[in-house]
Design a protein around this ligand. Structure first.
Ligand SMILES: [Cu+2]
Length: 294
C-alpha cells in the first residue's frame, strides 16, 4: 500500500475513534453535567429540572445520533473513494456522468432526514412557546446590571436581586452566580415568567429549566417553567448588555408548597419595608395657608 494511503487510513481510523470518543463523552456528559449550575469539564447541557429541558435533552441527543450517522457515512464514502479510485488502483477511470437512481436517493434521503428533524423540533418549539395555565406569575425586569422580580399573584411585592461580591460569598455559594435575594417558587407548579427590561436589552436564561428569553424595554415577553426538583438553580443574563453583563446572575430557589407560602408571608413584610415610598414633606395646605405658600 502507498504510504499516503496508509496515512489516510490512519487519519480515518483516528477520526472514527474521535467521533466515538466524543459520543461516549457526550453520553456520560449528561451524568457529569451539573444541574442548576455549570460543573468543571462539563461538555454537555446542564441537567434537566423541568419538562421542557428534558425534551431539549432528548432532542439534542436525537440530533447527535443523526449527525454522527451522517459523518460516518461521508467518512466511509471518502475512504472508499480514496482507496478504490486513486490513480494506482483505478488507472482507467469510468466516463459515467449521471446515475438517475443515485441522484434521486441523494436528494430524497436528506429531505427525509430534515423532515424527521423538523417534526420533533416544531413539537419542542410549541411546548416552549405555548403557555399552559399558570399557577403563579413572576415578573422579571432586567436592569443595568441586576434583575428585579415582582409577584403580582402573591401580594404584588417586588425586590431587586444583585450578585453577591466575591469577598462576601458564604460557603456553598457559587462565585458569579449567587445573589442576595433569590427568586423563590414552589416545586411542580407552573410558573409564568413575564420578562421585560428597564434600560437596554437583557436576556433571562435558566439552563436547567430550558428557559431563555429576551428582556426588551417596552415589550413584555412570556415564558414558563415547571421545576420538578427542589434546590437552587442558577442562570445568567444572556444578552450582552453593558460592562457588568457578566455580573447579573439569576438564582431561583425551588421549595415545597408550604415553604413557598411561608416565604411569601416573610417576603411581603421584608420587601414592603424596603420598598416603602419615601415620605416627602407635602402636607395638605390649610385653607388660609394657600397664599402664604406661594
Ligand atoms: Cu443584562
Amino acid at each position: 500500500m502507498n504510504s499516503w494511503i496508509r496515512s489516510a487510513a490512519h487519519t480515518a481510523a483516528g477520526l472514527v475513534a474521535g467521533v466515538f470518543g466524543v459520543l461516549l463523552l457526550a453520553g456520560t456528559g449528561v451524568a457529569m453535567a451539573g444541574t442548576g449550575q455549570p460543573s468543571p469539564w462539563q461538555i454537555n447541557l446542564q441537567g434537566a429540572a423541568s419538562p421542557v429541558m428534558e425534551s431539549i435533552h432528548s432532542f439534542h441527543f436525537f440530533l447527535l445520533v443523526i449527525i454522527v450517522a451522517v459523518v460516518l457515512l461521508v467518512l466511509a464514502l471518502l475512504i472508499v473513494v480514496a482507496l478504490k479510485f486513486n490513480e494506482k488502483a483505478n488507472p482507467v477511470p469510468s466516463r459515467t456522468t449521471h446515475h438517475t437512481l443515485i441522484e434521486v436517493v441523494w436528494t430524497v434521503v436528506p429531505v427525509l432526514i430534515l423532515v424527521a428533524i423538523a417534526i420533533p423540533s416544531f413539537r419542542l418549539l410549541f411546548l416552549e412557546l405555548d403557555l399552559p395555565k399558570a399557577d403563579l406569575t413572576v415578573k422579571v425586569t432586567g436592569h443595568q446590571w441586576y434583575w428585579s422580580y415582582e409577584y403580582p399573584d402573591n401580594g404584588a411585592f417586588s425586590f431587586d436581586s444583585l450578585m453577591v461580591a466575591e469577598a462576601d460569598l458564604k460557603p456553598g455559594q457559587p462565585r458569579l452566580l449567587a445573589v442576595d435575594n433569590e427568586v423563590v417558587v414552589p416545586v411542580n407548579k407552573i410558573v409564568r415568567v413575564q420578562v421585560t427590561a428597564a434600560d437596554v436589552i437583557h436576556s433571562f436564561a435558566m439552563p436547567s429549566f430550558g428557559v431563555k428569553i429576551d428582556a426588551l424595554p417596552g415589550r413584555l415577553n412570556e415564558s414558563w417553567f415547571q421545576a420538578t426538583k427542589e434546590g437552587v438553580y442558577y442562570g445568567q443574563c444572556s444578552e450582552l448588555c453593558g460592562k457588568d453583563h457578566a455580573f447579573m446572575p439569576i438564582a431561583i430557589r425551588v421549595v415545597s408548597e408550604a415553604d413557598f407560602a411561608s416565604w411569601v408571608e416573610e417576603a411581603k413584610q421584608k420587601y414592603a419595608s424596603v420598598e416603602a415610598p419615601a415620605q416627602v414633606a407635602q402636607a395638605e395646605p390649610a385653607a388660609g395657608a394657600v397664599s402664604s405658600a406661594r
